[in-house]
Write a protein that binds this ligand. Structure first.
Ligand code: DQA
Length: 142
């Protein structure tokens, strides 16, 4: 009953990084919110962050190998560039929910296209830390 929550590049700086765009919550704050809600839903959260593309690929494979129920993925800027992450999502049957704190469609043009959406069960974006909690609600119902 584990949900992997995978976070990509620069999300370790959450809370400090462009707070007007990404909010004041740190990744630890978000982990706390998810753990509180997960407890109520009888789920377990495995929250990770890496600035390295290959780690995200490995963790997607691991999610399937370990029988995770779903993956919540904020791939950061790799969203817009990574065919390797897209392929990893296609290579597993574990459902992946794409999340973003900001609404990429309301931002620069280069953020409008997501490579990974093609293989995502669905996408939740634009609600700050709440995007993650909404993704957990969705994961619990899959
Ligand atoms: C982001 C949006 C991406 O465009 C950006 O590169 C990020 C964070 C978000 O959560 O809003 O690093 O994924």
């Amino acid at each position: 009953n584990t949900i992997y929550v995978l976070n990509g590049p620069n999300l370790n700086l959450l809370g400090l990084r462009e707070p007007e765009i990404y909010g004041d919550d740190t990744l630890d704050d978000i982990a706390g919110m998810l753990e509180d809600r997960a407890r109520e839903l009888d789920l377990r959260i495995d929250m990770r962050q890496s600035n390295h593309e290959g780690h995200l690929v490995d963790w997607l494979h691991e999610a399937q190998a370990e029988g995770a129920r779903a993956v919540i993925l904020n791939a950061g800027a790799y969203t817009h560039s990574s065919i390797a992450i897209l392929d990893a999502m296609k290579a597993i049957v574990t459902p992946v929910i794409e999340v973003h704190l900001s609404n990429p469609h309301a931002r620069e043009r280069f953020r409008h296209h997501s490579h990974i959406s093609k293989a995502a069960k669905g996408t939740i974006a634009g609600f700050g830390a709440l995007s993650y909690v909404l993704a957990l609600e969705a994961a619990a119902r899959l």
